[in-house]
Design a protein around this ligand. Structure first.
Ligand SMILES: Cc1cc2nc3c(=O)[nH]c(=O)nc-3n(C[C@H](O)[C@H](O)[C@H](O)COP(=O)(O)OP(=O)(O)OC[C@H]3O[C@@H](n4cnc5c(N)ncnc54)[C@H](O)[C@@H]3O)c2cc1C
Length: 394
């Protein structure tokens, strides 16, 4: 659809540079990282040099790219691996963004240059063991004690939790939910990795614990103002995921396309000559193209400050669904080769299950769109009568 004609030269250059980085540095090691279940930390300094962390910020020598260029970075990174894109999403949208938007000048000066270069890694602690889709129910508390704050509670499913020098932690205070910066090594702050993941294995996922964890008065992000501040961070990350999902879909599509042209079965013909195979490829390329046009319009609206949260829900929901379906179709086309990591498809297929769930599940985004079009929020179940059912009623 000549999508490139809708991109500026700078946007195409940024995409090309990240694609090169992914081809040269990520693809050669990513299957091994996935097998070993490790984050490719050796790539972090180069990602810092390429300005992939906080790319939309202008200060501290950062390039101040527009949101379409930022989206294209996410797309290209996720062609490599959803875990790598998650690393950059968390660092940029969930750690640098809140420090930039809600932090003091001292917090910005201390953390943003270190996070931009990759010398420091950050994490974002919102989800708790009992509160995922409904983070507003969180139990983690922060109470004032003398001049300090004391945190108690637990966070779960936290990307980069054990790797992070600084955690952005959301906790309930007397004045509502606020964000705090908690540094690694603070007494009472623990982090431990979660094991047994079959998805996003090249990414670290952790539990955080706060046991009378005392942080100084200036650890609070002063401009945070309730859950809406946390949701503003999620909106940034979800926007990037709408592009990123397409990257995973594109990688699966191209792998399946090439495979179908090489693999010969009946009558000495490549499987690409069968109508059933072509229909799968046609579905993928059509949905990926529609998703790209959606993501691009989201980016243009975001650059004009006109992107609403329900637009972001539409993009995240649709494009990650496209990625999930594309990964399955590609895996089918690869036959038995679709289940081994000689090809990237099974890894993307497993990864996308996390992406489908985190940053608001597919269904929660459906409810956000539903609320936007009907005006009726449908998150809470209807009240249930405690009365026993009448005798004989089934
Ligand atoms: C690999 C990975 C990394 C993550 N990284 C982070 C991170 O860095 N920081 C962080 O804070 N969190 C992180 N998360 C957590 C993630 O955001 C949550 O898993 C997500 O919000 C869903 O919460 P849950 O898993 O508790 O599912 P639940 O909220 O328990 O939902 C379970 C199911 O119920 C459905 N459901 C729930 N409520 C409703 C409703 N009202 N109507 C209809 N259906 C409903 C959901 O759609 C889902 O299908 C990560 C998760 C994963 C898997």
């Amino acid at each position: 659809m000549e999508l490139d004609s809708l991109l500026s030269e700078e946007e195409r250059l940024v995409r090309g540079a990240v694609r090169q980085f992914v081809d040269d540095k990520v693809k050669p090691i990513i299957e091994e990282c996935h097998r070993e279940g490790r984050t490719p930390l050796e790539l972090v300094p180069e990602m810092g040099q390429l300005n992939l962390f906080g790319a939309t910020l202008h200060e501290y020598g950062l390039p101040g790219l527009n949101n379409v260029a930022y989206g294209l970075i996410m797309q290209e990174l996720e062609r490599g691996d959803s875990g790598l894109r998650s690393f950059v999403s968390v660092q940029s949208s969930l750690v640098m963004y809140p420090i930039h938007a809600f932090g003091s000048a001292a917090q910005r000066d201390r953390w943003l240059p270190a996070l931009a270069s990759g010398q420091a890694i950050g994490c974002f602690g919102l989800t708790e063991p009992d509160f995922g889709s409904n983070p507003g129910g969180m139990r983690t508390t922060a109470r004032k004690a003398g001049g300090d704050w004391v945190l108690n509670g637990a966070k779960q499913w936290i990307t980069n939790g054990t790797l992070a020098e600084v955690a952005v932690v959301w906790a309930r205070t007397e004045d509502g939910i606020r964000g705090f910066l908690v540094e690694k090594g603070t007494p009472g702050f623990t982090a431990a990795d979660q094991h047994g993941k079959f998805s996003l294995r090249a990414s670290t996922t952790s539990e955080l614990g706060f046991h009378d964890c005392r942080v100084p008065a200036d650890a609070i992000l002063p401009k945070t103002d309730g859950l809406r501040s946390a949701l503003m961070c999620l909106n940034q990350a979800r926007y990037g995921i709408a592009w990123g999902g397409l990257g995973a879909a594109m990688e699966c599509y191209y792998t399946a396309l090439e495979y179908s042209k090489q693999r010969v079965q009946f009558g000495g013909q490549p499987i690409a000559c069968h109508q059933l195979v072509q229909e799968k490829l046609a579905w993928m390329i059509t949905e990926i193209t529609k998703g790209q046009l959606l993501a691009l319009q989201m980016g243009r609206l975001k650059d004009q400050d006109r992107l609403k949260h329900f637009h972001v829900s539409m993009g995240k929901r649709n494009n990650v669904w496209v990625a999930r379906e594309s990964a399955r179709l590609a895996r089918e086309i690869l036959g038995a080769n679709g289940i081994v990591d000689d090809y990237p498809v099974i890894r993307h297929m497993l990864n996308i299950e996390s992406v489908y769930t985190y940053e608001g599940t597919h269904d929660i985004h459906g409810l956000i769109i539903g609320e936007a079009v009907t005006g009726i929020p449908a998150y809470n179940p209807p009240e249930r009568s405690e009365k026993p059912m009448p005798a004989g009623a089934r």
